[in-house]
Design a protein around this ligand. Structure first.
Ligand code: NAD
Length: 508
């Protein structure tokens, strides 16, 4: 059975739950339409699973853990090898689904899948990633070694903006470490996620090892409070991530929450102007600004302030259209609700006195009149207490600040509560070195606007953008998805030799 099917008496397909190796129809009465943001076409319906169904999924994962945890590393990694090959083969098909349900352009949808694929490739190295340490002779005849053991049932809760990459940050690494998994994809665009889940089953993930439940708050809360769930990875907004972190932690789970952002790009006057402005425009308006690492604030330093007009001219050249249309630069935002929220924040910027240097509110897209489009928008004369600066807009809106010096720019960035990403544009090694040392942001780009680390490193957002200390992929996530057990062992050469009773702590 497939993850999305249409009953003979229904006019739209329904998304299935995956419980104990079977794609099953939810028994819930609560459903939500999955809508193409460019056309408003209903693509399918997704259930909001019942608490009983969440319980079934978790129990199936718990039962499967008994055998999966002892499955040899080679068997686990060969499933990941198969999965990476299947994802590669199916990338164009999944990208089409992703564009239809999320809105981003087709090449960007392929990028979304590719960045997740890289995590699956990295999961194939688990043989060298999940290794303990060994110290011989820590005391007379005593050795100490560590084991990195899987935790049990882990869960993942994912956002709408990367429906391929972010689920792939989570379940492949958790499962390859020997855990079992319950995934809760975004209810806004779960179709491409489910195609990846189908491929994971085809690759050989045994029944019960990967399970999927759909829904919103009730399902998430049921996961956070379920006694058999040991760890939760969350990616999404700050409000929900904080809730998940608190609720999960209160219920004794290990939790990591990657959350909202306000990413600055600092432009020094010695930067290569053309490269810096191109990078800024791509990073601010690509994916319609709906990337957690999108550049949403540009800080022009000193004479670089004269480049703002040119930035606006470049932004004007971007083509706003449906994501599947060739040469589209900016697709629609994910939903009508998202568009209304973005327009409200733009209006607030005007009311609070910022200058709207480029207004994307009334963009018209012929053939897609009902799409959720917002054109590239640029604000200048922005103050740091305005709503357009203090809120994550999560749309194609760039706010421009100015600073007299690099020190002033660093102070602005460090005073912002978020800590996901930051960029510096310069040709000065000394300025770059000062910046990387003094900036209080977890991911720094030097002449790179969106510095998301490749999977051999880890995603290292910080401060208000993250709760929990370990990142969602890379070496850090192996720590997150495993328990370090320390064994201190002594073997006697001769069973007849004895030290006698000793009641003090050894001094050697
Ligand atoms: P969201 O927080 O609304 O949703 C994320 C998940 O939480 C979804 O699965 C959703 O169903 C669930 N959820 C929603 N409301 C809930 C509630 N009240 N209680 C419990 N669960 C709930 O986020 P989104 O709008 O899907 O995604 C956009 C946000 O994600 C942005 O803030 C963006 O910055 C952030 N994000 C962060 C990163 C990162 O790595 N830091 C990456 C991608 C996205």
């Amino acid at each position: 059975m497939n993850a999305v099917t249409q009953a003979s008496n229904a006019h739209v397909s329904t998304v299935k739950l995956l419980i104990d190796g079977e794609f099953v129809e939810s028994k819930t009465k609560e459903w939500r339409d999955i809508v193409n943001p460019a056309t408003q076409e209903v693509l399918a319906r997704v259930p909001f699973a019942t608490v009983e169904e969440v319980d079934q999924a978790v129990k199936a994962a718990h039962a499967a853990f008994a055998t999966w945890k002892t499955t040899p590393i080679g068997t686990r990694l060969r499933i990941m090898l198969k999965l990476q090959a299947l994802i590669r083969e199916n990338m164009p098909r999944i990208a089409q689904t992703l564009t239809a349900e999320q809105g981003k352009t087709l090449p960007d949808a392929e990028g979304d899948i590719f960045r997740g694929l890289e995590v699956v490739e990295h999961a194939c190295s688990i043989g060298t990633l999940q290794q303990g340490g060994f110290a011989e002779n820590v005391a007379g005849g005593v050795d100490t070694y560590t084991l990195q053991q899987p935790l049990g049932v882990c869960a993942g809760i994912t956002p709408f903006n990367f429906p391929a990459m972010i689920p792939l940050w989570m379940f492949p690494m958790a499962i390859v470490c020997g855990n079992t998994f319950v995934l809760k994809p975004s209810e806004q665009d779960p179709l491409s996620t489910m195609q990846l889940v189908e491929l994971a089953i085809e690759a050989g993930i045994p029944k019960g090892v990967l399970n999927v439940v759909h829904g919103g708050k009730e399902v998430v809360d049921a996961i956070c409070t379920h006694e058999l769930v040991k760890a939760i990875s969350f990616v999404g907004s700050t409000a929900v991530g904080t809730h998940v972190y608190r609720l999960g932690s209160e219920h004794g789970k290990r939790v990591q929450s990657m959350m909202g952002a306000k990413n600055h790009a600092v432009v020094l006057p010695d930067a290569n102007r053309e490269q810096a402005l191109n990078a800024l425009v791509g990073a601010a308006f690509g994916a319609a600004g709906q990337r957690c690492m999108a550049t949403s604030v540009a800080v022009f330093v000193g004479a670089a302030q004269q480049w703002v007009d040119e930035l606006v001219e470049k932004a004007k050249t971007l083509k706003v259209n449906a994501g599947h249309e060739p040469k589209t630069d900016v697709g629609p935002v994910v939903s009508r609700t998202a568009k209304t929220r973005i327009l409200g924040l733009i209006d607030s910027g005007v009311k609070q006195g910022a200058t709207l240097a480029l207004d994307g509110r009334d963009v018209k897209v012929p053939g897609y009149e009902s799409g959720n489009f917002v054109g590239p928008t640029v604000f200048t004369d922005v103050k740091t207490d305005m709503d357009i600066y203090t809120n994550e807009i999560f749309g194609p809106v760039l706010v421009v600040l100015t600073a007299k010096t690099l020190d002033e720019a660093i102070a602005i960035v460090n005073a912002n509560p978020f800590g996901n990403g930051v960029g510096l544009f310069t040709q000065s090694g000394a300025a770059a070195r000062k910046f990387q040392s003094e900036i209080d942001i977890g991911q720094v780009g030097i002449n790179i606007p969106i510095p998301v680390p490749v999977p051999y490193f880890s995603f290292t957002g910080s401060r208000g953008s993250k709760l929990g200390d370990l990142g969602p992929y890379g070496k850090q996530v192996v720590q997150f998805y495993t328990q370090t057990k320390t064994v201190t062992a002594r073997w006697f050469d001769d069973a007849t030799v004895s030290d006698g009773v000793n009641t003090t702590i050894s001094l050697r």
